[in-house]
Design a protein around this ligand. Structure first.
Ligand code: UDP
Length: 479
């Protein structure tokens, strides 16, 4: 056992961009308050993370191997465990991934924890919602467990109330039915997180069901959101299993701190040249388009976006990420589109999104409404065109449309495709006329609210301090 007297915390996540990044950002907050953090993640992300992440975020003080050597006293240790699949397995086969990790993850993580605890005493293991099986492993090792909820508090509330039968829900097969819950405006079934919808594949529904079954073994629920933007929802959960927001978990420079470097782990190399390109564009002139790290759009949908961007006559920056798995081939852009728009458009494979959203040239964000992207757009005051696909994205789109009121939302056609004219309508609404002004005003209001919360006397900062105190003295609410 080492002589290191700091509090030690272990975090567990799959190595997906949208999962590992909020864990990493929370780790940095804990680190800045003197807590030592080790992040355990799946081996399949190891090469991408080590190759594409800025050295300042990992190598300076990070022990990037499985040796558990903790002489390192200033950084985050990163350790890896196997999800049970070969490294070159196509993980877009989500059913195999979910089932294999559920079977193999517990013993592999348990072996890792056994090794890690030979070096440090861990005060807590923080898991995220997508490794629910890890909760039992942690409890079996006799370590208190916390959940870092990496989606909106609203999604937490909906899942909780549905899966624990707290409130009546309508027939979830009928997407038009209305749901009425405390702290939220009435919303349609289609705006529920899709992992509770009967139409969602069983393996996804199982992940979230198992999480909420294990919730009683979790000592803290911490959220990546912040109280100021989800006040009523957070309050509505206070008498159930409360959630303590510690966000917005974004890079500090987005919150006004001078340090310009991002705090993120990248699975692909960000093309920094797009920032230089943004420098050449007028203020509030560029439409930024990105659908996150997991989605791949159909050829028809990509064609419709290209046509709408062309017809808009506006500048645009469009991220079309490379695909990891064979089953997800990247849709091709029409050659004439690239030629015709080359003076006002830039297409990249991956960008430093936080820096892009901070840039004054960006006018709006066409987003799939992943929660990280949602937080990033809120703290930068960029209005959105919300274009949700699955998981919590429809809930986030509903929040942006009805609660935050910082964006418009695309309407899908009957074939599940958004037509060119509809995309054009949304672009117009967000960039021109009185509606655009109203949305920008709301976006700036949200920015103002979200920025206060991590300051010294801000609610998130207080929640982080409370969490650390409870790590030392124990959580009285769960004792
Ligand atoms: N991101 C990025 N560059 C890109 C596109 C996305 O750095 O070109 C980051 C983005 O800033 C966010 C994360 O990838 O932090 C995506 O997470 P989100 O929850 O929005 O969506 P997911 O990828 O999980 O669907």
């Amino acid at each position: 056992m080492s002589e290191d007297k700091r509090i030690h915390v272990l975090m567990v996540s799959m190595s997906l961009q949208g999962h590992i990044n909020p864990m990493f950002k929370f780790a940095k907050h804990l680190l800045s308050k003197g807590v030592h953090v080790t992040i355990a993640t799946t081996e399949d992300g190891r090469d991408g993370m080590l190759k594409n992440t800025k050295p300042s975020n990992l190598t300076k003080s990070t022990n990037i191997n499985n040796s558990h050597n903790s002489n390192n006293d200033s950084g985050i240790d990163l350790v890896f465990f196997s999800d049970g699949l070969d490294l070159d397995f196509d993980r877009s086969d989500t059913e195999s991934l979910v089932n294999t990790i559920r079977e193999n993850g517990p013993k592999n993580l348990s072996t890792l924890i056994t090794d890690l605890t030979k070096v440090h005493n861990y005060s807590c293991v923080i898991v995220n919602p997508f490794v629910p099986w890890a909760i039992d492993v942690v409890v079996e090792h006799g370590i208190p467990c916390a959940l870092l909820w990496i989606q909106a508090c609203a999604a937490y509330s909906i899942y909780y109330r549905y899966l624990k039968n707290i409130n009546p829900f309508p027939n979830m097969d009928d997407l038009d039915e209305k749901v009425h819950l405390p702290g939220l405006p009435p919303f349609e079934v289609r705006d529920s997180p899709s992992f509770i919808l009967p139409s969602t594949p069983y393996h996804f529904r199982t992940v979230i069901r198992e999480l909420f079954q294990a919730m009683d073994k979790v000592s803290w629920v911490i959220g990546t959101s912040c109280y100021e933007i989800e006040e009523e929802i957070v309050n509505s959960m206070a008498s159930l299993t409360p959630i303590y927001p510690v966000g917005p978990l974004v890079s500090p420079f987005l919150l006004g701190e001078k340090e310009r470097s991002d705090v993120s782990v990248d699975m692909w190399i960000p093309e920094d040249s797009c920032i230089e390109w943004l420098e050449t564009m007028p203020d509030s002139s560029v439409i930024y388009v990105s659908f996150g790290s997991l989605l791949s759009l159909s050829q028809k949908q990509v064609g419709n976006i290209a046509m709408a961007l062309k017809n808009s006559n506006k500048a645009f920056l469009w991220v079309i990420k490379p695909c990891k798995g064979e089953s997800n081939n990247v849709a091709e852009l029409p050659v004439e589109f690239l030629e015709e728009t080359k003076v006002r458009g830039l297409v990249v494979k991956w960008c430093p999104q936080e820096k892009v959203l901070m840039h004054p040239s960006v006018a709006c964000f066409v987003t799939h409404c992943g929660w990280n992207s949602t937080l990033e757009t809120l703290v930068t005051g960029v209005p959105v065109i919300a274009w949700p696909f699955w998981s919590d994205q429809a809930t986030n789109a509903m929040l942006m449309e009805k609660v935050f009121r910082n964006g418009v939302r695309v309407k899908y056609g009957e074939d599940g495709i958004v037509e060119t004219e509809e995309i054009e309508r949304c672009i117009k609404d967000v960039t021109e006329g009185p509606r655009a002004e109203e949305l920008k005003k709301r976006a700036m209001k949200m920015k103002e609210l979200a920025r206060k919360t991590l300051q010294e006397d801000g609610t998130s900062n207080k929640n982080i301090n409370k969490f650390i105190t409870e790590l030392i003295v124990g959580n009285p609410a769960r004792a």
